[in-house]
Write a protein that binds this ligand. Structure first.
Ligand code: AMP
Length: 437
């Protein structure tokens, strides 16, 4: 089912398209229609299911029809990271609309948050503790709330937020829509839900399984040889186009540099790249100018590349859901794809976690003709201690050179014979003397 069939405002459908979402996820097609009608919803859904857009889209859609400058929607989330993430998703989804939102969480100053309340932003995304702090002041009025979302309710309960949630809900109008999301439904959650929801639509999503057309394989390889293995798989045509995930921005940069140096057309996207650079990299990858795109996970969210051949987990994802989510990028629309995961001996534990979640052992393969005994000529990361030692040694040499030069100048000023020029601390030719040949 395409997004256009969900009866969402075209401004939202445009935003969704620009984010690269091709079709709604299961939770989105199940939750959006009843939520648009104003029904209460209770859903079991994990991170990665697309649950955030499943509650934000219908709420923004309904807020579009209402007068501005009154806070009419409240989202409660367990952590500031999640609240910030929801606000980010809100900003992206509401980009073409006048609907406004703000996040309210601890650890930052209250002032801008107070301003958000006073100016009547349409939607507030809050952690319970900080919201209660604001509710002590008269500006934090919640008496016009028409939509309430509890996101990750089980985590809020685990974190001991139940009393705060009850206090907050007691201040909200009884006539409102409530959307309730939880990864699990243990009895205390079911009790809370029964208290808060009226005749809800109940939705259960399964943990997403990787698409069936995908072949998954694991390459055991030493950490230092991973970059060389990527180059080898490309050169041997084992893969011709690949989206490669690395753990950090630094590794993404070094790997892309390594590949370019090895003659591979590769670009990169990560959080330190400007939006223009990211857009250009993605366009280049999609139209085949760069057959290889190196990305950190965050930057690559929402990428949908038709018939994408390979996904390479250059580093084993530390969370099993990330593995499923990434691997799900290949094999879309019935295309067959392959997902390779490079595992160094230190990463075996994380791989076992993934295998436990997907319920099977992944195939281990070795690349024929790849020199697993090779000494790497370039490391992706120079250990920090080594980097510091190198910087110190360089500084020491500079100081020694300066001291010698100073002495020379002083001696020249007194008309004495100059001492020899600054020594080269690494041996092999000195100072500014030109080398022959
Ligand atoms: P969530 O479960 O809300 O944390 O979403 C997980 C990720 O899926 C986020 O990075 C979203 O941007 C992305 N996402 C949400 N809906 C879709 C969709 N319909 N198609 C592709 N990606 C989506």
């Amino acid at each position: 089912m395409p997004f256009t069939q969900l009866k969402l405002n075209p401004l939202l459908v445009n935003a969704v398209k620009e984010l690269g979402f091709v079709r709604p996820t299961a939770i989105q097609s199940d939750a959006i229609p009843p939520a648009l009608q104003g029904r209460d919803v209770i859903a079991t859904a994990q991170t990665g299911s697309g649950k955030t857009a499943a509650f934000l889209l219908p709420i923004i859609n309904r807020l579009l029809e209402r007068p501005r400058r009154t806070t009419r929607a409240l989202v409660l989330a367990p952590t500031r990271e999640l609240a910030a993430q929801i606000l980010e998703d809100f900003n992206a989804l509401s980009i073409h609309t006048p609907v406004t939102g703000a996040a309210v969480y601890g650890g930052v100053s209250m002032g801008p948050q107070e301003h958000a309340f006073r100016s009547g932003v349409d939607i507030i995304i809050a952690t319970p503790g900080r919201l209660i702090d604001h509710m002590r002041s008269p500006y934090a009025r919640l008496n016009q709330i028409e939509h309430l979302v509890l996101d990750e309710a089980d985590r809020m309960l685990d974190m001991g937020f139940l009393p705060e949630i009850r206090r907050i809900v007691a201040k909200l109008p009884g006539k409102r829509q409530t959307l309730f999301f939880s990864a699990t439904m243990p009895p205390p959650i079911a009790v809370l839900a029964a208290e808060m929801l009226h005749n809800p639509v109940s939705i259960q999503t399964q943990r997403p399984a990787p698409a069936s057309g995908i072949t998954q394989a694991v390459y055991p390889v030493a950490q230092e040889l991973k970059a060389a293995l990527v180059a080898h798989l490309l050169q041997s045509k084992t893969m011709t186009q690949a989206l490669i995930f690395t753990r950090t921005k630094h590794r993404a940069n070094r790997l892309a540099d390594y590949l370019v140096h090895a003659g591979v057309r590769a670009d990169r996207i990560h959080g330190n790249r400007s939006q223009a650079q990211r857009t250009a990299a993605l366009a280049g990858f999609k139209n085949g100018v760069f057959p290889v795109l190196v990305a950190t996970d965050i930057a690559a969210r929402g990428i949908d590349v038709d018939a994408l051949g390979h996904v390479v987990n250059f580093d084993v994802p530390q969370v099993p859901d990330d593995y499923i989510h990434r691997v799900g990028r290949t094999g879309r629309a019935e295309a067959t794809g392959e997902a390779f995961t490079f595992v160094s001996p230190e990463e075996e534990g994380h791989l076992r976690d993934i295998e436990r979640v997907i319920g099977r052992r992944l195939l281990r393969v070795t690349a024929p003709d790849f020199d697993y005994q090779a000494r790497p000529n370039q490391r992706l990361e120079i250990p920090i201690r080594q980097r510091i030692a190198e910087i110190r040694a360089r500084k020491r040499d500079e100081r020694a050179r300066q001291a010698v030069n100073q002495a020379r100048r002083a001696a020249a000023g007194r008309g004495q014979t100059a001492p020899p020029r600054s020594p080269n601390p690494h041996g092999g030719g000195g100072g500014r003397r030109r080398r022959r040949g």
